[in-house]
Design a protein around this ligand. Structure first.
Ligand code: OGA
Ligand code: MN
Length: 296
C-alpha cells in the first residue's frame, strides 16, 4: 500500500491529527519517507501509525532518522532502578523486573503528572521537538492520551489577548507541575537539576511560520507578573486551549506509534487501573534551541 496521510476526523479536525498508512517503521526509511513524515507533522501537528512492531532498537533507529534525540533526564527513577536506557523515556507502571509498581511508589506518583496537560521537556532549557510514543502493552480500558492543537487555540484568541501575550516569558519546572498534585518530595539534587527555565508563551514554528500558545502544567509563573495572577491567567489560557474542538483523544491499540510536535501541541494521559500493565516507551527529538529563539 502506498504512503498516505489522512485526517483522523475530517469533519471536525481536518488539520489536526493525521493517520498514516503504507509505511513500515521497523525498517530503514527512504529520504522521501522521512520528508513526507516531516511534512505530515507540519500539517497535522501529530500523526498516528498503527501496527508498528517496534522494539527499543528499531524505535531508536527510526527516531534518529528524523533528527537528534534528547535523553531521559526528566525521569525520576535512579539510574540503577531504570528498566530501559537513557535514550528512552519509560512511560510505564513497571519496575526494572517488569512488575507493576505499588500504588504509592514514588515513580508512579511522579508519573501521574502526565495526567496534567503539558508539552514534553518544556522544563528543560532546550525543550522537545517531536515525541514518539510506542504502545507495547496497554490496559484493557482507560489510559487514553489526549492531544490539544495549540495553533488552533492561538488562532482563536481575541486580538487584545494576542497583543498582551506576544512577548511574555514563562518559567517552567517539574517542581511546579508536580506541586499541583501535591507531590513535593524532591531531593536537593532534583531541585537543582529541575530548577526553573524560561520559555516564550507564544512561539513561531520554524517551517510553517504559524504561531502557537506554548503552555504546560510545568509553567509556574510569568516573568514580571505576580505569581497568583500569572497562574490564574495560565490556567485560563489552558482552559481555552483544551476546549473539546481543539482536542483529539487517542484510544490506544497495541503497537500504535503516536508522534506529536511539542511545539504545537499539549497532551495528557488519562487514568487506568493501576493493577493493569501499561508499557509505553518514548523517544524524543530535541528542539536543539530554546523557544526563546522562536519568537513570533
Ligand atoms: C508522554 C506522556 C501520556 C500517556 O509520553 O510524554 O505524557 O498517555 N504520555 O502516557
Ligand atoms: Mn508527556
Amino acid at each position: 500500500m502506498a504512503f498516505d496521510i489522512k485526517p483522523i476526523d475530517p469533519a471536525t479536525r481536518a488539520f489536526f491529527a493525521g493517520v498514516v498508512s503504507g509505511i513500515d517503521l521497523t525498517r530503514r526509511l527512504s529520504d522521501e519517507e522521512v520528508a513526507a513524515i516531516h511534512a505530515g507533522m507540519d500539517r497535522f501537528g501529530m500523526l498516528v501509525f498503527h501496527s508498528q512492531k517496534l522494539d527499543d532498537e528499531s524505535q531508536l533507529a527510526f527516531s534518529r532518522q528524523l533528527g537528534p534525540l534528547e535523553t531521559a533526564t526528566g525521569d525520576i527513577a535512579a539510574p540503577e532502578d531504570r528498566r530501559i536506557g537513557m535514550d528512552l523515556n519509560d512511560i510505564s507502571n513497571l519496575d526494572k523486573h517488569g512488575k507493576v509498581v505499588a500504588r504509592d511508589d514514588r515513580r508512579r506518583l511522579f508519573g501521574l503528572g502526565n495526567q496534567l496537560w503539558h508539552s514534553d521537556s518544556s522544563f528543560k532549557e532546550v525543550p522537545a521537538k517531536y515525541s514518539l510514543l510506542s504502545a507495547r502493552q496497554i490496559p484493557p480500558s482507560g489510559g487514553n492520551t489526549e492531544f490539544a492543537d495549540m495553533r488552533a487555540a492561538y488562532d482563536a484568541l481575541d486580538e487584545a489577548t494576542r497583543r498582551e501575550i506576544h512577548d511574555l516569558v514563562c518559567v517552567h519546572s517539574q517542581i511546579f507541575s508536580r506541586g499541583i498534585l501535591g507531590f513535593d518530595e524532591f531531593t536537593e539534587a532534583e531541585r537543582q537539576k529541575w530548577a526553573p527555565v524560561r520559555q516564550r508563551l507564544v512561539r513561531r514554528h520554524p517551517t510553517t511560520g504559524r504561531l502557537s500558545l506554548y503552555l504546560a502544567s510545568h509553567a509556574g509563573g510569568i516573568e514580571g507578573w505576580p505569581v497568583p495572577e500569572a497562574r490564574a491567567f495560565l490556567r485560563d489560557l489552558t482552559e481555552h486551549a483544551t476546549q473539546r474542538p481543539f482536542v483529539y483523544a487517542h484510544v490506544w491499540k497495541p503497537w500504535d506509534l503516536v508522534m506529536w510536535d511539542n511545539r504545537v501541541t499539549m497532551h495528557r494521559a488519562r487514568r487506568y487501573d493501576p493493577n493493569e500493565v501499561r508499557d509505553m516507551r518514548r523517544t524524543t527529538l530535541t528542539n536543539e534551541v530554546s523557544s526563546l529563539e522562536q519568537a513570533p
